[in-house]
Design a protein around this ligand. Structure first.
Ligand SMILES: C[S@@+](CC[C@H](N)C(=O)[O-])C[C@H]1O[C@@H](n2cnc3c(N)ncnc32)[C@H](O)[C@@H]1O
Length: 266
């Protein structure tokens, strides 16, 4: 049977990984993704900046984890398309023996996985799993082929659960099941959009829903509760732009409704 490549990649409808890639200035996206991304950005022109700020949070948090926290194993779930600086590049620049398992369920991310894996260090490991976070146990079983869960792992969930787990109870359950597989000293890195009084941000989210790009916001309290039983690394739960910002942080003084935090299991 012939497989229609458009059908295989689902390029006739928008996908979160590609909408995100477009806001980040990438080229791995299709007209359906650009139409959705542009519809949101017409209402909230700050969306591309917000996407860049999230990636910069990723860079700073991974740099912290590989450096100060001494983490050598990273499970980056909902990793997205290769873009800007990726987790393995940041971690292995600090600690060349870092091992990274990327996970995503987008067929185009799978098609690009080779780009993610090419420039790994000789000492380190970088692999990709095509898996769905909503089914964490098989994902963890596969990750165990590379990562040793008796040693600390950084579980990264950046901008994924608002898409993958709209119901808050599901979000909590997925995080608990993933973290239950880890040992003390393991970290959780979480980024998500929060309910805010920024009307432009809310209107942008609403417009995205109208065009089929679903993303569930959380309250700050719900976000914090995801770290139950963990200790938050300073500065705690803050807008991504305020988490250990670099001197040249873009838009650091402006309001930001996407929050980020790093927690550690004791
Ligand atoms: C907004 S992007 C964030 C990408 C990257 N983590 C970052 O912060 O730049 C969300 C990613 O989650 C992935 N994703 C959404 N639902 C998923 C699921 N159920 N299982 C695995 N990945 C999923 C999407 O394909 C997309 O790559």
């Amino acid at each position: 049977m012939d497989i229609d490549p458009a059908e295989e990649l689902g390029s006739d409808r928008s996908h979160p990984a590609r909408v995100w890639n477009y806001w980040l200035g990438g080229t791995d996206n299709y007209p359906a993704d650009r139409a959705v991304a542009d519809a949101g950005a017409e209402v909230n022109p700050g969306l591309p900046l917000m996407a860049r700020q999230c990636r910069r949070f990723l860079v700073r948090s991974v740099r912290y984890l590989a450096g100060e926290a001494g983490i050598r194993q990273f499970l980056d779930i909902g990793a997205g398309l290769p873009t800007m600086r990726n987790t393995h590049e940041v971690a292995q620049a600090v600690a060349p023996d870092s091992m990274i398992v990327y996970v995503d369920n987008d067929p185009l991310v799978l098609a690009h996985a080779r780009d993610l894996l090419t420039n790994t260090t000789d000492e380190g490991v970088t692999t990709y799993l095509h898996a769905d976070v909503r089914d964490p146990e098989p994902l963890l079983d596969d990750a165990r082929n590379v990562l040793n869960f008796d040693r600390p792992v950084a579980v990264m969930l950046l901008g994924i659960l608002g898409h993958a787990a709209p119901e808050y109870d599901t979000m909590r359950s997925l995080i608990s099941r993933l973290m239950a597989a880890t040992c003390p000293g393991s970290h959780l890195v979480l980024v998500d959009g929060v309910e805010t009084d920024d009307q432009t941000y809310l209107a942008g989210v609403e417009r995205l829903h109208e065009v089929g790009h679903m993303y569930q916001l959380r309250t700050v309290g719900q976000f914090r509760a995801c770290f139950a039983g963990m200790e938050l690394v300073a500065p705690g739960l803050v807008p991504v732009t305020r988490w250990r910002p670099d001197d040249d942080e873009e838009g650091a003084d402006a309001p930001c409704s996407v929050y980020g935090a790093v927690g550690v299991r004791r």
